[in-house]
Design a protein around this ligand. Structure first.
Ligand SMILES: NC(=O)c1ccc[n+]([C@@H]2O[C@H](COP(=O)([O-])OP(=O)(O)OC[C@H]3O[C@@H](n4cnc5c(N)ncnc54)[C@H](OP(=O)(O)O)[C@@H]3O)[C@@H](O)[C@H]2O)c1
Length: 259
């Protein structure tokens, strides 16, 4: 891959500067990705959502289109398949920013988890990030950014999730390595380390059936509740808009890593 020593643009770091920018969100039909889509649309960005379940994707895109003037499209596909990502970026192009929120939370104790399940969990997380970066590196302009997802369990592990936790560790490593490798192209690479965020993923993983159960479970947190998906997603807009952010893992955990 040849490098381009493009000048690094200086632009306003406010999220409003994302107006008219094109953003691909891999994992945009639910939770944090969908919330990022809504925030981006609200500041006038053009958004392309990528996810596997066509019906859920279509209803997510419809929801975002209720904002007047919203430019939203959806591409159905698996974000671990690099050709899907290339297609998404070409369809949405020219794209300025890529946000990867695709990913689940696969649990299993070391001695009880079949090797194939571990491989799936690790492959999904790493190839999703690696493939997104490869597709983006060939297409994004100077000042463009790639943002990955990580989680607080990396530094505050729980038992029975070693493969998932190792995978997000790899993504954080990839973040730093690619920030250095892609800097000559003036591309930026960051990650967001989330604490518990109220989304379908966390509700399912923690067995929380309704709002009352979420509120009760969040009470033991430092701030007395879990993050909203919008609070988590706003960090992604910050990383996209601020052209001096690269190689960084931003933690959005309500201070939970301190206790
Ligand atoms: N919520 C939390 O508390 C929390 C905490 C720490 C880290 N995280 C991380 O933050 C990210 C977002 O989580 P979330 O809570 O917003 O999850 P979510 O509500 O389950 O949303 C995940 C989104 O990713 C899509 N997706 C999953 N696998 C995909 C694949 N292989 N290809 C394309 N799209 C895919 C899903 O749609 P389809 O299933 O239709 O593809 C969905 O749109 C995840 O990586 C998660 O591990 C979340």
């Amino acid at each position: 891959m040849s490098t381009t020593l493009a000048p690094m643009p200086v632009t306003s770091p406010l999220p409003s500067a994302l107006e008219d920018r094109a953003v691909v969100i891999v994992g945009g039909s639910s939770g944090i990705g969908l919330a990022a889509g809504a925030l981006l649309v609200s500041v006038g960005a053009r958004v392309t959502l990528v996810a596997r379940d066509a019906a859920r994707l279509s209803s997510a895109a419809e929801r975002l289109r209720t904002t007047p003037g919203a430019a939203v499209s959806g591409i159905t596909g698996d974000g671990t398949d690099e050709t899907v990502l290339e297609h998404a970026l070409d369809q949405a192009g020219p794209v300025d920013h890529v946000l990867v929120t695709a990913g689940g939370f696969s649990v299993g104790a070391l001695l009880d988890t079949p090797r194939e399940q571990v491989r799936e969990s690790v492959d999904g997380r790493i190839w999703g990030a690696y493939g997104a970066a490869r597709a983006a590196a060939r297409r994004l302009p100077a000042g463009g950014s790639i943002t990955f997802s990580s989680g607080l369990y990396l530094t505050r592990p729980i038992p029975g999730a070693s493969a998932a936790i190792a995978s997000i560790g790899a993504v954080e490593g990839l973040t730093r390595a690619l920030a250095v490798e892609l800097a000559p192209r003036r591309l930026r690479v960051n990650a967001i380390r989330y604490g518990v965020v109220d989304t379908p993923l966390s509700r399912g993983a923690l067995g929380l059936g309704d709002d009352a159960a979420v509120a009760a479970a969040g009470q033991g947190s430092l701030l007395g509740r879990f993050a909203t998906a919008e609070e988590a997603a706003s960090a992604a807009l910050f990383l996209m808009a601020n052209n001096f952010m690269t190689g960084t893992v931003v933690t959005v955990d309500g201070g939970q890593s301190l206790v």
